[in-house]
Design a protein around this ligand. Structure first.
Ligand code: FAD
Length: 161
């Protein structure tokens, strides 16, 4: 699709021709180059490790964009380094298993959230988009406490056995 620059421009132009943003038409008209970013995802709940090797970040759990995946990749690295320090190199398998045990649910939940957000952002038509706009503040209010708790959590506070 990216090769047909005129088709992309026309597509974007028709999507935004009734935009409430006053300069949108002008911006689209004057853009010379269009680049489509492919978004690759991995299936949920995939295999992360073998006996001596583990995948962290996107290589383990690339999920649809939600604006938080860099955070998960950094947390993975931080948590895994703490776990490895605790178990030591003598038993890497114990460290890998323990890491997966404490990390799996967080990542699976994030994956579900991200997929839900991604699916509801596809072309949905006028009415569905309006309904989404109306319920979004309610959703943000409903999930506020859990989001704040999640942001306030220190990933280094791990309960070791
Ligand atoms: C279009 C798009 C928008 C996004 N927007 C956001 C956002 O707004 N906020 C957010 O938090 N996240 C966002 N993300 C997700 C975020 O970019 C990733 O979750 C994050 O970069 C994952 O980090 P990572 O270190 O696991 O992997 P990567 O950042 O992919 O790093 C992997 C690195 O390994 C290198 N590599 C690959 N193979 C080899 C090899 N064989 N040898 C050596 N090196 C190799 C790659 O070149 C790359 O530099 C977005 C992703 C996309 C695609």
């Amino acid at each position: 699709m990216g090769k047909d620059q005129e088709a992309i421009k026309e597509n974007i132009r028709s999507r935004f021709e009734k935009s409430v943003l006053p300069h949108m038409t002008h911006l689209v008209q004057n853009a010379d180059e269009w680049f489509l970013f492919p978004v690759y995802v991995l299936p949920p709940d995939g295999k992360w490790s073998t006996d001596r090797v583990i995948l962290l970040g996107d290589s383990a759990h690339a999920m649809p964009p939600k604006g938080e995946s860099i955070g998960y990749a950094l947390e993975d690295a931080l948590i895994f380094s703490c776990v490895l320090s605790h178990f030591g190199l003598a038993s890497p398998k114990a460290a890998l298993l323990f890491y997966e045990k404490i990390r799996r649910k967080t990542i699976n939940d994030a994956y579900k959230d991200a997929s839900f957000g991604w699916d509801t952002n596809k072309d949905t038509g006028f009415l569905a988009t309006k309904i989404m706009e109306w319920v979004t503040p309610l959703y943000l209010w409903w999930t506020k406490n859990s989001r704040e708790a999640s942001f306030a959590t220190d990933p280094r506070e791990i309960q070791f056995p």
